[in-house]
Design a protein around this ligand. Structure first.
Ligand code: SF4
Length: 468
């Protein structure tokens, strides 16, 4: 049998019908809904005379629109209350399991899938959210869908897709001090550009990936869409199996043994071909920080803001000038030392327990600079409970951070939690687009430890100075 890739194996095993010209109808194993798309999609489905084909394979949770204020309830954000009530009514009516606000299991869709054991190697996992590529960190084939596709999946438990090309990115070597999964993936995007993965399913491999925790792998895969790759994935191994063992919806008993036997067949075979391969020596990577309005606008924290005059063409030069104007920065200025107003530690990129431990290690025994608003928003109820069991909430609160309830919050600011115009944040999120954290708000992307260091310093700073 010809050598095959992880992507190829999962794709092939999910084809219901080959439609020609590279298109196929694929079976969907898991479909997760969130509060921004559930109500409208379910109402439209019903009005068109369909029922949910497989409610038992459909999961829902409110994350984008919920308040993260401690003590929250459905009316904390009055503008969103009708949406949340509609979400509850429609998921109940459709017989879909929802992990409701303040219920164990609630959280950001891409945090709860893995932690509940719903995301499993070899599964095809979709959600109406572009960061569904996150689930590839456990060897699933995950990708985001548009609204009409959400309705198609609800009605048929299948999806029509064009098969992408395949790319492998090999991260080899040992990361230096203060360099995290977030730094590696931001560095890659800076190297290959925001369109460097267009039209490809990406597999991450190499010694640095092999040595990485599952939570780091989820962070890596989360940003795949930020360089145009709809799919990012990593071959399952013992690290993935250990992570999944004993989780709420993981296989158990004899089913666990059967699952492991299947999962072991999934990794890419030696000699399998990719359309493109990229090698990254992680020893060359320092802690990263974005300076502009795209994740590709990224530099090491000790670099200076780039000069648009060095751009290769007029379009790039104009884009860089526009980004610098929006961000209020000057070419040639050191990025370190830029004063900030906000720090946001959260989102489906960096709100897991290991992220909070990293940030907590910097915050411990220190104080947030007066005048800086610093928020920690755990990615899920489970993350929050674990952090509180470890006393991390007290570490953050004593340092002057706000300790909040799980949700997307200031990643998208869809729940009204936004940064005032003109203010500047360091955020652990995945998008620094204009207006992403509020109209006129300026966002610098970085790792959790870099964000915590910025909160203490009141400015963008090299976290390594604060590391023992
Ligand atoms: S945390 Fe941000 S990127 Fe992730 S699902 Fe929520 S809004 Fe989307």
């Amino acid at each position: 049998m010809a050598a095959s890739t992880l992507f190829e194996k999962i794709w092939t095993s999910h084809v219901i019908s080959d439609l020609g010209d590279g298109f196929a109808l694929l079976h969907v194993d898991r479909h997760i809904l969130h509060d921004l798309n559930a109500m409208k999609s379910l109402v439209e489905l019903r009005e068109r005379g369909y029922a949910v084909r497989n409610p038992e394979l459909t999961i829902a949770t409110p994350d984008h629109g919920v308040s993260t204020l401690p003590g929250r309830n459905i009316d904390t954000v009055p503008e969103g209350a009708a949406l949340l009530r509609g979400y509850l009514e429609e998921t109940r009516r459709a017989g879909i399991r929802s992990f409701d606000m303040n219920e164990d299991g609630q959280g950001i869709v891409h945090v709860i899938g893995p932690e509940l054991g719903l995301t499993q190697p070899g599964t095809l996992f979709v959600c109406g959210d572009s960061h569904t590529c996150t689930h590839g960190g456990l060897g699933a084939l995950g990708f985001g869908t548009g609204r009409s596709e959400v309705i198609h999946v609800l009605a048929t438990q299948s999806i029509y897709q064009k098969k992408p090309k395949q790319m492998r990115i090999n991260f080899n070597g040992t990361p230096g001090k203060g360099v995290t999964a977030k730094d590696l993936i931001l560095y890659l995007i800076g190297q290959i550009g925001a369109d460097g993965g267009n039209g490809h399913a990406v597999e991450y491999a190499g010694s640095a990936i092999n040595a990485m925790s599952v939570e780091g792998r989820l962070t890596i895969c989360n940003l795949s869409i930020e360089f145009g790759a709809k799919v990012g994935m990593i071959g399952p191994d013992d690290t993935a199996y250990d992570y999944l063992h004993g989780r709420r919806f993981s296989p158990a008993g004899a089913n666990w043994d059967r699952a492991i036997a299947h999962w072991k067949t999934l990794p890419t075979d030696a000699g399998a071909k990719f359309d493109r391969e990229i090698d990254v020596n992680v020893a060359n990577v320092g802690p990263q920080i974005t300076w502009g309005t795209s994740p590709q606008h990224v530099i090491s924290v000790n670099d200076v803001v780039p000069d648009p005059a060095t751009a290769g063409d007029a379009a790039r030069r104009d884009a860089m000038n526009g980004a610098l104007d929006y961000m209020g920065l000057t070419p040639g200025q050191p990025i370190a030392g830029t004063p900030i107003d906000w720090v946001f530690i959260g989102s489906c990129t960096n709100s897991r327990i290991s992220d909070l431990r990293e940030a907590g290690a910097i915050a411990r025994g220190r104080k947030v600079k007066p005048g800086v608003s610093a928020w920690v928003v755990p990615g899920s109820q489970q993350v929050k409970q674990q952090a509180e069991a470890e006393g991390l909430h007290e570490v953050f609160k004593q340092a002057g951070f706000e300790w909040r309830e799980p949700g997307c919050s200031m990643c998208l600011a869809a729940n009204g939690e936004l940064m005032p115009r003109g203010q500047r944040s360091v955020s652990t999120t995945n998008r620094n687009f204009e207006g992403r954290q509020g109209p006129g708000a300026r966002t610098h992307l970085a790792s959790p430890s870099m964000a915590a260091a910025a909160a203490i310093e009141g400015a963008i700073t090299d976290v390594r100075k604060m590391m023992v």
